[in-house]
Design a protein around this ligand. Structure first.
Ligand code: 13P
Ligand code: SF4
Length: 337
């Protein structure tokens, strides 16, 4: 059992310029009964909660059993022996947990569970592309639906995309759906003299595509010693100006392991909130950009799934899709190791 003042003490270092991320004692008093109830029922029902770093701090620090980037959460889903998984994140991540655990019940708390990348390509479009490029290996970012994964040769996440595409044993590669990540990989392949033919689709993450290099110049003018830490879903012009580029967990490790005067985190601001709790002596500058899908998960929905699950929020996939999508995920585990 946690008390409101214990919760507030945990969350007191968060201040990223938004009301949603300020935790008064009054706010914590509202959260604590929900948090304690969720933790109690979770144990009784042998359920676990997996949460992406972008979701709200009260979920991350109140009820989550595992917090991480999409690769770490896929691994956590692979290794669990619980009966029910509640995936506080977006639908494609919950589908990944279901693909790896077909016999468990997997739920997503929010009905607003899309992702501008996953929603940018359908299985029908992939089939058309495969007809157009029959000699290409199709590599998909994990931010895709289960049906799209089922049509691809291998999956990747932001923590292993460069490594897997560089080492994938096919000279012609079609990467989907993120065009900005595609451009960043293309730039990397050129820099190492790779002879691969590399094509990519046209999707974008609506959060990461917003960052412009002018913004970095502006922040650097005032804070010349600030490290620019960015996600590979950002534009190449951002990557060029970055001190470090990596998945959300790699970004966290970089901040924890280095000693820059300030950090500009070019990703969803849940990550900065998490770092302000876990590395409270570090200084962060810049504004807060939220993912409306990730931020639509809340404690009420999680409790409601545990008490009286809405069948609409259960992830259901057919066996054929699960089998084929699993192959694409296992190829990722193989090439990432
Ligand atoms: P990570 O795997 O780096 O956490 O990325 C997931 C995502 O959706 C980033 O926008
Ligand atoms: Fe999708 Fe972008 Fe939200 Fe990540 S931040 S879940 S890529 S919309």
């Amino acid at each position: 059992m946690i008390t409101a003042s214990e919760l507030q003490e945990k969350l007191s270092t968060i201040s990223i310029g938004s009301n949603t991320c300020n935790f008064s004692l009054e706010t914590c008093e509202r959260f604590v009964p929900l948090i304690n109830k969720i933790n109690q029922i979770k144990q009784e029902k042998n359920a676990i909660i997996l949460a992406h770093s972008y979701v709200t701090p009260e979920i991350l620090h109140g009820v989550a059993d595992h917090v991480g980037d999409s690769f770490e959460l896929a691994k956590a889903a692979q290794n669990t022996d619980c009966d029910t998984i509640i995936f506080a994140a977006v639908k494609f991540m919950a589908e990944t947990a279901k693909i790896l655990n077909p016999n468990k019940k997997v739920y997503i708390p929010s009905e607003i569970n899309g992702c501008s990348l996953a929603d940018s390509i359908t299985a029908k479009e992939v089939l058309e592309l495969k007809k157009q490029y029959p000699d290409h290996a199709f590599i998909c970012y994990i931010n895709t639906s289960a049906e799209v994964k089922a049509l691809c040769d291998s999956c990747v996440t932001s923590s292993n995309v460069y490594k897997i595409i560089e080492n994938y044993p096919n000279e012609n590669i079609y990467f989907l759906p993120d065009q900005l990540m595609g451009k960043n990989v293309e730039r990397y392949l050129k820099s190492i003299g790779s002879k691969k033919t590399f094509r990519y689709h046209s999707g974008t993450c609506y959060v990461h595509e917003e960052y412009d290099p002018d913004m970095i110049d502006f922040l650097k003018l005032k804070n010349p010693d600030a490290a620019i830490v960015s996600h590979p879903e950002c534009k190449p012009s951002i990557i060029e100006k970055s001190t470090f580029v990596g998945s959300t967990s790699q970004m966290i490790n970089y901040v924890k392991e280095t000693n820059h005067k300030q950090y500009v985190m070019l990703t969803e601001c849940g990550l900065t909130a998490r770092l302000q709790m876990e590395a409270p002596t570090k200084q962060f500058i810049g504004s807060c950009t939220m993912c409306r899908y990730m931020k639509s998960n809340n404690l009420y929905q999680i409790l409601s799934i545990l008490e009286n699950p809405n069948p609409e929020l259960e992830i259901k996939l057919d066996d054929d899709t699960i089998g084929k999508a699993k192959h694409s995920l296992f190829e990722m585990f193989k090439y990432a190791s």
